[in-house]
Design a protein around this ligand. Structure first.
Ligand SMILES: NC(=O)c1ccc[n+]([C@@H]2O[C@H](COP(=O)([O-])OP(=O)(O)OC[C@H]3O[C@@H](n4cnc5c(N)ncnc54)[C@H](O)[C@@H]3O)[C@@H](O)[C@H]2O)c1
Length: 333
C-alpha cells in the first residue's frame, strides 16, 4: 500500500511550518493544506502542498479522495485575541466550520488520529498558577471560545465515531528555528515579541503596553512563552502517542515560567543591544492578567521537556529570524 501522509492543516503558518519541517526531518511524509490567509508559501519548503480552504467541504473531500491520509494535525484557524473581540463571527465561522468539515472527512475516510492545536486562551482568568489541564475553562474572548468549542466538538466526534485525538493547549508560542529559515510572520503582527523586536529594528516607534495596573509585580500582564521548536517536538511525541489514546486526551504546553510585558521588553533590549521605547495604553478587553501553564502531564506521559526555558534564549532566536525577515522584506519576495 502507498505510504500515507500526515495531513497538516495550516502548515504554511507559524507553528504548523515548524512542525512540518520537523516531521520531514524525521522521515514522515507530510501534506500541507492551507489557504494562505495568514500563512506563507515560502514557509512550505518540505512535503507536499495543496492550496485550499477548510471552510469548503468539497475541497476537503477532494483532498481526502486524492491522498492517502494516515493522521491529521490541525493548526488552521484564526488566532488573534484582539481581532476576535471585534469580529467574533469571523472567528466562529472559520474555526468551527473548518474543524467540522475536517472531522467529517476524517470519519468518511476512516482516518481516526488527530492532533489538535488548542490554546491556553480556553482557560480565561486563572484561579491557580501554574494552570493544570483540569483548570476550569471560561474563555474571556471569542478566539478562546472557538477553541473550547472545537475541543467539545472533537470530544463528541471521538465518542460517537471512534476517533482518537490529542489536544495540545499551548501557552504563548515564541521564537524561531535556530537557523532562522522560518519564523513568526503575521501581518498585522499581534504578538508581543515580534512587536518589541520591530521597535528595536526601527520599524515601529513604540511598544504599546495594554495596562500597567494589573495585580502583577510590575503591573503588566504575565505570559508563559514556549519556544516554537519545543511545540514542534511535542507534536511529534503526541503523534507517536496517538495509538495509546482511547478517545480524547489533553496536554498543556508551557514553560512554567511567567514573564511580564516589561520583562519581555527588557530581554529584547539585552538581546538586541538597543533601547526599546514603550507607552502605556488602556487595558485591552479579553486579556487575563496571568497565564502560566503546568506541563507536568506532558513531561510525564509524553516524555516531553522544553529545551528553551529562559526568555533571553527564546528572544535571541526570534531576533535572528526577524532581522533576516527585515532584510527579505526589503527585496521583492
Ligand atoms: N501562536 C500562538 O501563540 C498560539 C497559542 C496557542 C494556540 N495556537 C493555535 O495554533 C494554531 C497555529 O497558530 P499560528 O500562530 O501558527 O497561526 P498562523 O496564523 O501563523 O497559522 C494558521 C495557518 O492556518 C491557515 N488557515 C487559516 N484558516 C484556514 C482555512 N479555513 N483553510 C485553510 N487554511 C487556513 C493560515 O493561512 C495559516 O497558514 C492555531 O490553531 C492557533 O489557534 C497558537
Amino acid at each position: 500500500m502507498e505510504e500515507s501522509y500526515i495531513l497538516i492543516t495550516g502548515g504554511a503558518g507559524y507553528i504548523g511550518s515548524h512542525v512540518n519541517r520537523l516531521l520531514n526531518s524525521k522521515g514522515f511524509r507530510t501534506l500541507v493544506f492551507d489557504n494562505f490567509v495568514t500563512g506563507h508559501r515560502r514557509f512550505v519548503q518540505w512535503g507536499q502542498l495543496v492550496h485550499g480552504d477548510l471552510r469548503d467541504s468539497a475541497q476537503v473531500e477532494e483532498l481526502f479522495n486524492r491522498y492517502p491520509i494516515g493522521s491529521v494535525m490541525h493548526f488552521a484557524a484564526f488566532a488573534y485575541v484582539g481581532e476576535s473581540m471585534a469580529s467574533p463571527a469571523k472567528y466562529y465561522r472559520n474555526n468551527l466550520l473548518s474543524t467540522i468539515n475536517l472531522l467529517d472527512a476524517m470519519v468518511r475516510h476512516g482516518v481516526d488520529g488527530l492532533v489538535f492545536s488548542s490554546s491556553c486562551a480556553t482557560y480565561g482568568q486563572s484561579t491557580e498558577i501554574p494552570i493544570k489541564e483540569d483548570h476550569p475553562q471560561q474563555p474571556l474572548n471569542p478566539y478562546g471560545q472557538s477553541k473550547l468549542m472545537d475541543e467539545v466538538i472533537i470530544k463528541d466526534y471521538c465518542r460517537a465515531y471512534g476517533l482518537n485525538a490529542v489536544a495540545l493547549r499551548y501557552f504563548n508560542a515564541a521564537g524561531a528555528g535556530i537557523d532562522a529559515v522560518i519564523g513568526e510572520w503575521h501581518e498585522p503582527e499581534p504578538h508581543l515579541i515580534p512587536i518589541v523586536l520591530d521597535v528595536a529594528l526601527g520599524k515601529r516607534q513604540y511598544v504599546d503596553i495594554y495596562g500597567d495596573d494589573y495585580s502583577s509585580p510590575d503591573g503588566t500582564c504575565i505570559r508563559d512563552y514556549i519556544h516554537v521548536q519545543d511545540i514542534a517536538e511535542a507534536h511529534l511525541k503526541a503523534l507517536l502517542h496517538l495509538d495509546k489514546v482511547k478517545g480524547w486526551e489533553v496536554f498543556n504546553l508551557g514553560n512554567g515560567n511567567g514573564y511580564s510585558v516589561r520583562q519581555v521588553i527588557a530581554a529584547a533590549e539585552r538581546v538586541s543591544g538597543r533601547a526599546i521605547a514603550s507607552r502605556v495604553c488602556e487595558r485591552r478587553p479579553g486579556d487575563p492578567v496571568c497565564l502560566v501553564g503546568s506541563s507536568a502531564k506532558a513531561r510525564e506521559v509524553l516524555g516531553w521537556k522544553p529545551g528553551f526555558a529562559e526568555i533571553d534564549t527564546i528572544v535571541e532566536t526570534a531576533w535572528r529570524w526577524q532581522t533576516r525577515l527585515n532584510e527579505l522584506l526589503k527585496k521583492p519576495l
